[in-house]
Design a protein around this ligand. Structure first.
Ligand SMILES: Nc1nc2c(ncn2[C@@H]2O[C@H](COP(=O)(O)OP(=O)(O)OP(=O)(O)O)[C@@H](O)[C@H]2O)c(=O)[nH]1
Ligand SMILES: [Mg+2]
Length: 301
């Protein structure tokens, strides 16, 4: 392992590399590709669900519980709010309180709330390379369901709460199709039982667990549901397959980013936009793009 990889075990160095991954993802990927682990090391737990159901609060609890069992845990909060307005980026971070010593939390901005951005995919790899037993990823499930969480997670926990408004929306939104474990959070509220009985028949036999993340109630039941799914997945070889899927996603996103930046540059060069007005000039554009991509991949001028 070269020094850049060894350094990942150091929190400050890891933070620094995650910042590079966020600002210049392709650079980070090329630099750190030799650090990526061969055998699955981290259990990647995706946490999704409608806004405000208590995902971050729940993660804070899970981090605490798993840490107290001696597991190392990192949380990655994928956040759709603009880094310019700051809002929930900081909000998410602040709501995760009282972090135990070995735990690590990071917010990553997502411009598109239905996708896991390249910077988050690379961050995930770095966290696994850093050796965390668990990497918990919070993805927003606002409005439309975020199925990209399925591509990255060994297991998906869908977090619901009572009084979500029109409960039918939960079903319609497809949330009941993507979970391996369902959580009815805010069980300290009286309406939780109603939500539980509403959701249960749609869970296709998957565990539905009532918890109160705020008061730390019933976390043991949730954790044992999570553990038993992970164990089953390991035995079935599903975690190995999932990791290949996750890397495929990473590669696709990295190549798309490469392509997009080359297109921006090619069109940005003098006359590039002009060329678009003449259909016969498309070949010229494509040639320019090809050269640009080849240079970038081989590191030419
Ligand atoms: N009563 C009650 N409130 C809770 C519970 N868990 C979380 N909350 C509250 O619900 C609000 C939203 O919690 P978050 O953890 O930020 O929810 P989230 O799903 O991460 O929110 P977004 O990331 O904005 O979608 C906060 O005010 C929490 O204090 C719970 O178990 N019971
Ligand atoms: Mg949150």
């Amino acid at each position: 392992m070269d020094s850049a990889c060894a350094e990942l075990a150091n929190r400050a160095a890891l933070s620094k590399m995650l910042s590079v991954a966020e600002a210049r993802p392709l650079e980070a990927l090329l630099k750190l590709s030799e650090c990526l682990v061969r055998e699955p090391r981290s259990a990647v737990v995706g946490i999704t669900g409608p806004q405000g159901t208590g995902k971050s609060t729940l993660i804070s609890r899970l981090v605490g519980e798993l840490s107290s069992e001696g597991r190392t845990v990192a949380a990655l909060l994928v956040d759709p709010s603009s880094p310019l307005t700051g809002g929930a980026v900081l909000g998410n971070r602040l709501r995760i309180r009282d972090l135990p010593d070995g735990a690590f939390v990071r917010s990553v901005w997502a411009e598109d709330e239905r996708a896991v951005p390249l910077r988050a995919l690379i961050s995930l790899e770095l966290l696994e390379a850093a050796g965390y037993d668990y990497v918990i990823v919070e993805t927003p499930g606002a409005g439309q369901v975020n199925t990209s969480v399925l591509r990255i997670s060994d297991l998906v926990v869908v977090v619901l709460m009572p009084l979500l408004g029109d409960e039918v929306q939960v079903i319609k939104a497809g949330l009941m199709e993507i979970g391996d474990v369902y959580v009815v959070n805010k069980a300290d509220l009286p309406e939780a039982d109603l939500m539980y009985s509403y959701v249960k028949p749609f869970a296709r036999g998957r565990p539905v667990v009532k918890v109160s993340a705020l008061y730390g109630e019933n976390m043991e039941e949730l954790l044992s549901a999570v553990r038993s799914v992970l164990e089953r997945r390991s035995l079935e070889g599903a975690r190995e397959r999932k990791r290949i899927e996750r890397r495929r996603y990473l590669l696709e996103e990295a190549l798309l980013e490469l392509l997009h930046s080359a297109i921006r540059e090619e069109l940005g060069r003098v006359g590039g936009e002009e060329l678009l007005k003449r259909p016969e000039a498309f070949a010229e554009l494509v040639r320019g793009l090809k050269a640009r991509l080849a240079n970038r991949i081989t590191g030419g001028p």
